[in-house]
Design a binder for this molecule. Sequence first.
Ligand code: HEC
Length: 256
Amino acid sequence: MSSTALFRISFCFSTILITVSTGASVIRCFEEPNIGNSLFGEGKHFMLKSSLIALALLTLGCSSSDKSDSVKEKAPTSAIQVEMQNASHALIAGFMKNLKSELMSAIKEGGVASAIGACQVQAPQVADSFSQENWSIKRVTEKPRNQTNKADAHQQEILGYFADSLKTLKFFDEWKDSEAKTGYTYYQPIKMGKFCLKCHGDTKALDEEVTLALQDKYPDDKALNYNAGDLRGMFVVQINSADNLPPVQQALRDSL
Ligand code: HEC
């Protein structure tokens, strides 16, 4: 083998090593304490790392196909985290069931337009009834009807994750302090159904009464012109610590 070829190969490998270790430190930034374990997180780290390795190979014209060896597996989700996920999921299911039954009975009683007023009163009340001092549930969106439901900057970032992979990403969760297991937050996307369009659909297709009721109660309404299947927002469940799991579970049993 000529010395040029040998130099080329060793240069190639050392550059890959440098690139891979740079990749590793970039990845560690993504793993700051407040970004926890999630289905998406793993996929994102893997993709970022793979693309850095692929870039190194492409730039140097090397023909190695051994890309996956250096990709470390992330630690599996802890048992506590799975319990937090299940409790959050159950809180969301309870909240949705109650809100839906309030909405349906309001529609049955007075029609869609009059249900808007009922929803204005009931939605915050139902959210409150599923929240306590150490845990809470709410819905947030980039296009709010009720301005108190506007997503903050961090929540908008998470909504972006869901928008990018709406079909595959079912939830995202994180700890404020992953060592101490405190400050847990669970996010779950909310998608538009056909039925929702009666109050959130194309403004040209809404019932006139619905339009008037919305203009009256929500003059700054942004939650319109959605299509079925669109990402509408997300549920945000916050649980202070794993110590709060038993009371959350008890509250859920009481709400049945
Ligand atoms: C009868 C009309 C009506 C229907 C049908 C309806 N909504 Fe709404 N929606 C409202 C009103 C009114 C609010 C504002 C509630 C408040 O003031 O907190 C709202 C608020 C929301 C919010 C909170 C964020 C925000 O913009 O304030 C979400 C998320 C949401 N709706 C999703 C849905 C989904 C998903 C469906 C279908 C399953 C649906 N809505 C069906 C009237 C409706």
